[in-house]
Design a protein around this ligand. Structure first.
Ligand code: ADP
Ligand code: MG
Length: 239
């Protein structure tokens, strides 16, 4: 048996707005093994981002259980949540979320700033990561001077710099053309081959097809692909 880095048991999440409550996740069971590369698919509004935000400890859930590396993740202080995120998780977003007035180098180095790494050291490490993304020459450029694909590679370098065990990507190719999307997927494959678990939310079939497993969300539940060992679809792919 391999290691389950993520385990969800009967996970529920509702958004409460005044008297109204929207039940988004209605009992999610899901396992992800360490080193997997999976896609989470589902129509707009099906709860993909909600699920990813819970996995990334950016949001709480109401019921059930979330185990990250066998540790129960339950309501905790923001400080504690930040420590877990720092240790385990790197995020990538559709809109890159770079800081517009900081250079590529400064953006990549930012997580190390929060870890109190001194400036000289963090810049040297950030330059290595930029180099790995083929962007060394762009170190002192601002995001506004760069293409969408370059910006996403900076965001990937920033996500990798704290040596996460898991990369969570919410529609990482949603703002990119097809060619650039595939380049970003190639990089995410390399990231995965280095041993990092990669979870990609997407509504694009051709992007999802470039992962090992597709988990489908529908009406607040997982329709298929909830575990590597179950589901006709997964075994069909494996066989
Ligand atoms: P997806 O990423 O699959 O498009 P989301 O997880 O963003 O879906 O949203 C699922 C549902 O929850 C949608 O109906 C959305 O409008 C609602 N929702 C998302 N975030 C919030 C929030 N912070 N407050 C209230 N409702 C929300
Ligand atoms: Mg979303």
């Amino acid at each position: 048996m391999s290691n389950k880095i993520i385990r969800l048991e009967n996970l529920h999440k509702s958004y409460v707005m005044g008297k109204n409550s929207l039940h988004v996740l209605k009992g999610i069971d899901m396992n992800i093994e360490e080193g997997e590369m999976v896609a989470i698919m589902g129509s707009s509004g099906s709860g993909k981002s909600t699920l990813l935000n819970i996995l990334g400890i950016l949001d709480n859930y109401d019921e059930g259980a979330y185990y990250l590396n066998d540790i129960l993740i339950r309501k905790m202080s923001e400080k504690k949540a930040a420590q877990f995120r720092n240790k385990y998780i790197g995020f990538i977003f559709q809109s890159f979320n770079l800081i517009s007035f900081k250079t590529a180098l400064e953006n990549v180095a930012l997580p190390l700033y929060y870890q109190n790494v001194n400036r000289k050291k963090r810049n040297a490490i950030a330059l290595e990561y930029l180099d790995r993304m083929g962007l060394k020459e762009w170190a002192h450029h601002l995001p506004s001077e760069m293409s969408g694909g370059q910006k996403q590679r900076i965001a990937i370098a920033r996500a990798l710099i704290s040596k996460p065990k898991i990369i969570l990507a919410d529609e990482p190719t949603g703002a990119l053309d097809t060619q650039t999307s595939y380049e970003v997927m190639d990089i995410l494959h390399e990231v995965n081959e280095s041993g990092i678990t990669v979870i990609i939310v997407t509504h694009e079939t051709d992007i999802a097809d470039r992962t090992q497993r597709i988990i489908r969300l529908r009406d607040g539940l997982i329709e298929s692909g909830e575990s590597v060992n179950t589901g006709a679809e997964t075994s069909a792919v494996a066989g």
